[in-house]
Write a protein that binds this ligand. Structure first.
Ligand code: PKZ
Ligand code: NDP
Length: 515
């Protein structure tokens, strides 16, 4: 029997961010591997006109729960949603719910965060820092708490090149900063944000660094561990190979490439692409929860959850496998044939942006206008360029993370646990993983049926023909303009034409002689 699965049976677990990408995979794996878990409390806010109850009812119907639904059809009875908003005082949890949590919870997994790179500093602080602080305050009063697992990011300290499994001192005193943004005008905060975040690339990584320090401050009160995943991608095996449900991290770019929209991207081909499958992160989280509660390490443990130091793969290789997978399994209604120019040279990238992005977008919008439709391509490209600009910090550099704690934990697991909660990324076969990632994005994110592949291939052939016809016409027009303006071009043209004529005459004459 697996010690990790056995540990969670009979326990009450609290998950924040359960409606998110990682939260859902965590819940699914927990309920499937430990069907006798006492209860899984989840903090959920009403959103987009849906009440908490409606959101949870929709969520449990999601495809991600298909496997657990098969194994334990009543799995949703274990899920106990609690109305909460992490940016509000006391997390906006009612007194009754709060009492229930304080008396029941054994393990907390804190996943909720804003992961947007362009989040205004005030909101990122409110959620990622103050929300974490309030959750820690709540956790301090939990009578049966055995472990508190905080999910950070491997890029929380991306202003350093070598990142150890330690908490680095924060750039500012968190309390002072939070007090400051509370009374400062939003527009002033916006203005001073670049100065405040210094050498962090965005408010997300900056606030995650601050949150780590806050979490560390609580280490005397209960057992805490911090997990730092790098770029979380589609699942490797569980619940299904290639499962993905949002456009964050590399997924949006991969889909844009598959749709033939992204044709050039600024990346260092040789830089390590530190992708980590979501199920690897979840397996590590459950193992860390067990280890922290049962073995109670004396110090706060930080687990860098990365692949680069163990099984490296570069952006250039990712690009190659993405494009070749989408050529074999095309997405529907692609804009152009999938192709990706990957360069870290700013000028070359700008050139390709003009030629391969802006020019086709303008032409297509012109065509839409001519046919009485609303132009939309330029808008899509402007959004893509904004995303590319925000992501290039991560695709043009490499980092080195130590992963001793992840390796140490692996040695603590029984063979059964290592099999059921596998986080050994040495076994990851990248080309196979990227292929499943692309196919998963097609199936689960874009809801495209695999039976539509022949039609999608037919569409690609049509695009190829249009491209050939367009390129030939363009070449002829350029040549015509050229010979109209230059005597030398005309001479070359006459020379080539007369050469062709002579060759044809010779060929005709020799074939007549043979007959
Ligand atoms: C050959 C290729 C190789 C690849 C080579 C490059 C890989 C390059 C990876 C770098 C990876 C760094 C990762 C750092 C390491 C962490 O720490 S990862 C942490 C995770 N955080 C993120 O990844 C967040 C990054 N994203 C953002 O901050 C925001 O999305 C951006 C970039 C600011 C864009 O914001 P926006 O323009 O407002 O768009 P956004 O709100 O995201 O989306 C609007 C809508 O369009 C949808 N949408 C977004 N993208 C798409 C899409 N591609 N198609 C269709 N719909 C889409 C959204 O679902 C959304 O729908 P609704 O929810 O409104 O219904
Ligand atoms: N995805 C990645 O590549 C990486 C993620 N991480 C970390 O992993 C964790 C989970 O990320 P991921 O699942 O991808 O993120 P998602 O954006 O998919 O999910 C975020 C979750 O947080 C919840 N949340 C956001 N704001 C609030 C709020 N004000 N009150 C209550 N809940 C809120 C969301 O709820 P709602 O549905 O209501 O919006 C959602 O459940 C984060 O801490 C992130 O920093 C670390 C490294 C990489």
């Amino acid at each position: 029997m697996s010690s990790i699965a056995a540990y969670y049976n009979g326990k009450t677990v609290l998950i924040t961010g359960a409606t998110g990408f990682m939260g859902k995979v965590l819940m699914e794996k927990l309920l499937r591997s430990s069907p006798d878990v006492e209860a899984v409390y989840i903090l959920v806010r009403p959103k987009a006109g849906q009440s908490m109850q409606e959101r949870v009812a929709n969520m449990v119907k999601s495809k991600v729960f298909d496997r657990v639904r098969e194994d334990c059809p009543n799995f949703q009875e274990k899920i106990k949603p609690i109305n909460a908003e992490l940016t509000q005082p006391n997390l906006a949890i009612s007194a009754k719910d709060s009492q229930e949590l304080l008396s029941q919870v054994n393990v907390v997994f804190h996943c909720a965060a804003t992961v947007r790179f362009d989040e205004p500093l005030k909101h990122a602080l409110l959620l990622n820092v103050m929300g974490t602080q309030q959750l820690l305050l709540l956790a301090r009063q939990m009578q049966k708490l055995e472990a508190f697992i905080h999910i950070s990011t491997a890029y929380a300290n991306c202003n350093k090149r070598n990142i150890e499994e330690v908490i680095y001192p924060p750039p500012v005193e968190t309390k002072k900063l939070c007090d400051l943004v509370e009374w400062l005008d939003e527009s002033i905060i916006q203005e001073i944000t670049p100065k405040l975040i210094g050498d962090w690339p965005n408010t997300y990584t900056y606030t995650k660094a601050l949150a780590e320090y806050l979490v560390q401050q609580e280490k005397e009160h209960f057992n805490i561990a911090i997990i730092r995943p790098s770029i979380v991608g589609a699942s490797w095996h569980e619940p299904f190979p290639g499962w993905i449900d949002n456009f964050n991290g590399a997924s949006g770019m991969i889909i844009a490439a598959g749709k033939g929209i992204l044709q050039t991207v600024k990346v260092n081909n040789d830089a390590v692409a530190d992708l980590i499958p979501v199920d690897v992160v979840i397996n590590l989280m459950l193992a860390v929860g067990w280890y922290t509660a049962v073995h109670r390490p004396k110090t706060l443990m930080v687990y860098n959850c990365t692949t680069g130091g163990i099984n490296p793969f570069c952006w250039g290789e990712i690009g190659y496998h993405v494009i070749s997978t989408f050529k074999r399994n095309p997405l529907e209604q692609t804009f152009r044939i999938p192709k990706a120019q990957m360069t870290s040279n700013h000028l070359i990238n700008q050139y390709w942006i003009t030629v391969s992005h802006k020019a086709p977008a303008m032409l297509y919008d012109f065509y839409l206008r001519l046919t009485g439709r609303k132009p939309r391509m330029m808008k899509i490209f402007n959004r893509l360029h904004k995303s590319m600009m925000l992501l290039e910090y991560f695709t043009c550099q490499s980092w080195e993370w130590s992963s001793e704690n992840m390796n140490m934990l692996m040695t603590q697991l029984s063979p059964e646990d290592r099999r059921l909660f596998n986080f050994d990324v040495r076994q990851l076969h990248w080309s196979e993983y990227i292929e499943n990632y692309c196919i998963g994005a097609k199936k689960y994110l874009l809801n495209e049926d695999m039976s539509g592949i022949p039609a999608a291939k037919q569409h690609l052939r049509k695009l190829r023909n249009i491209q050939y016809a367009f390129n030939t016409t363009l070449l002829v027009i350029i040549w015509r303009i050229f010979i109209a303006r230059s005597q030398m071009a005309r001479n070359i043209w006459y020379f080539v034409v007369s050469l062709c004529y002579k060759f044809l005459s010779y060929f005709r004459a020799s074939s007549t002689l043979r007959h």
